[in-house]
Structures are given as structure tokens and as C-alpha cells.
Design a binder for this molecule. Structure first.
Ligand code: HH2
Length: 281
């Protein structure tokens, strides 16, 4: 399988792609405030590339539970210099935004994909993505970041998420987006309780069967502490790796991680076992 992001075709059959999460925000749950100025964010993005990230996902608005929305102008101020700097250095950049205006500016600045946690909630988004030939991540979320963890409810979470994502992929194509540009994400932690997250991680084969690459972002998320007890986000990398390995075994094509060194080792070892691809030696 492949994932097309503008001029590039990323080969998800060769190995699991590693997407580095880079939050240019004061309030992200894991790295908030660490890369809040453009210079340190670009430096961290370049470091992720050196560490082996296939893509760098730049975000200027936190989507953590309870997060407050950010105005487009402020989001643009945060992300544009970072997208520009990383794209100029040859990075494959995705822009983590739900605003068409921010996506358009980021694509003009060299981004290759849009990571939209509202799955085309902004009516202008599909046109922006289609006309750029950009990659698009469609994510499942129940509710909004402000409310999503209040009381998430599903009858059959895997079937409901698969149906939703198949519907959004169909809507994206109806709006002119090429199917080869699409990637689906169950949205771990986006309006899900612990059992929902675990069921979705177990249910990746059902999500992969929808027919598009599947991205899984379990990195440092709160459900891991729900299993292990209170662990600060920066100490959840081994736990994240366990979740990602099983997601890869289920057919995930992309993992989104904060710690790229750990993410790359996770992906390469899982690939060597699951896909019988030994990376080297
Ligand atoms: N998770 C977060 C943000 N964006 N995008 C995709 N496609 N999948 C995810 O699982 C995902 C995502 C939340 O993590 P993070 O960006 O580190 O935190 P915050 O939203 O607080 O900035």
C-alpha cells in the first residue's frame, strides 16, 4: 500500500511510517511550551528527521481533552515559520489543523499533508486539500476536544469508527480528493474511554479492511496511565511502544509519536517480525 502526499508517494508496504508529533503550542499535553518558538520547533523537527522520522506533524492548536480553541491568526503565527523551515530542509510536513485557512497557508508554505482531527469538519477543507493534491488524515472523534472525554458512549466502538471513517473517505472522494491521498485514524483518546481505546487497538484489522492506510497515535496518551497508574506523559514511551507494536501487527501503516528514537525502534522491530522486513544487517 502507498500514501500519496502531493508529489511524494510514501511506501507503507516497505515499512511502517513514523510521524513525529511537533506541537508549537503553550498547552499540549506532552510537549506544550517546549517548542513554542519557531526556532526551537524547527530545530526539534530537524532532529526528528535525523532520528529517522518519515514525516513531521506540526500543530499549533492543542486537541487535548478540555483544550480551548485557538484563533486562525494565532495558529498561523505559530505554525507557518515552522512549516516553512522544515519544508525548505526537505522534510515531509503534515499540518495538524482543522481550519481550511490554516491548511491552505501551510500547504502554500510547503506542507505535503493535512492532519484533520475533525475529518473535514470545516466545509472549506476538502477543496483546499483536493486542489493541492495533499495527503489527508481523517480522524474519528466523538464530540469536541472541550467535551469529548465527558462521557463517551458506543454500542460497538470498532464498527462505529470503521463506518464513520469509511463515510468520511467517501465524502472526501466526492469532494475531489484522490483516494490514494487518504489515511484513516481511529483517534485514540478522542472521545474514548479506556475500554474503547483498547478495543480500537485490538480492532485495527477491521479498520485496515476499510481499504486505506491506518494511522495510530497512542503516544503518551492518558489511557496508558489508566492501565499503569499515574505516570507523567514523558515516562510513557515504553507503554506507547507496546500499543504501537500491536497496532502494527494489526495492520497500522503509520504511527504518530513524540519520541522518534523509540518510535523508529518500535516500528523497525515490529516490521521485522510482522512483515518479515529486516531493516539492516
Ligand atoms: N493525537 C493528538 C493530536 N493530533 N492526530 C492524529 N492523526 N492522531 C492522533 O492520535 C493525534 C493527532 C494529541 O496528541 P498531541 O498532539 O501530542 O497533543 P495536543 O493535542 O495536546 O497538542
Amino acid at each position: 500500500m502507498t500514501w500519496r502526499v502531493r508529489a511524494r508517494v510514501l511506501d507503507t508496504a516497505a515499512h511502517t511510517l513514523v510521524m513525529g508529533a511537533l506541537n508549537v503550542t503553550p498547552d499540549s499535553f506532552s510537549d506544550g511550551g517546549r517548542y513554542a518558538d519557531a526556532e526551537s520547533a524547527v530545530r526539534r523537527g530537524l532532529e526528528m528527521l535525523e532520528e529517522g522520522a518519515d514525516l513531521v506533524d506540526v500543530g499549533g492548536e492543542s486537541t487535548r481533552p478540555g483544550a480551548e480553541p485557538v484563533e486562525a491568526a494565532e495558529e498561523l503565527r505559530r505554525v507557518l515559520p515552522v512549516v516553512r523551515g522544515l519544508a525548505a530542509a526537505g522534510a515531509v510536513v503534515s499540518i495538524d489543523t482543522c481550519k481550511a485557512e490554516v491548511a491552505a497557508a501551510a500547504l502554500a508554505a510547503g506542507a505535503a499533508a493535512v492532519n484533520d482531527v475533525t475529518a473535514l469538519g470545516d466545509p472549506g477543507m476538502a477543496g483546499v486539500v483536493a486542489s493541492a493534491g495533499a495527503g489527508l488524515v481523517l480522524l474519528h472523534m466523538q464530540g469536541t476536544p472541550r467535551t469529548m472525554q465527558v462521557d463517551p458512549h458506543y454500542e460497538d466502538v470498532v464498527a462505529e469508527v470503521a463506518r464513520f471513517l469509511a463515510g468520511r473517505a467517501a465524502a472526501a472522494q466526492a469532494a475531489g480528493i484522490d483516494p490514494s491521498c487518504l489515511c484513516l485514524d481511529p483517534g485514540i483518546g478522542f472521545g474514548k474511554g479506556l475500554e474503547h481505546n483498547l478495543a480500537l487497538l485490538r480492532g485495527i484489522p477491521e479498520l485496515a479492511a476499510v481499504g486505506y492506510p491506518v494511522l495510530v497515535g497512542a503516544s503518551r496518551k492518558r489511557f496508558l496511565a489508566g492501565i499503569l497508574g499515574p505516570l507523567p506523559p514523558a515516562e510513557r514511551d515504553a507503554a506507547s511502544a507496546a500499543a504501537h507494536v500491536l497496532a502494527i501487527a494489526g495492520g497500522a501503516a503509520v504511527i504518530r509519536v513524540h519520541n522518534v528514537v523509540v518510535g523508529l525502534q518500535t516500528a523497525r522491530v515490529a516490521d521485522a517480525i510482522v512483515r518479515a522486513v529486516a531493516a539492516r544487517g
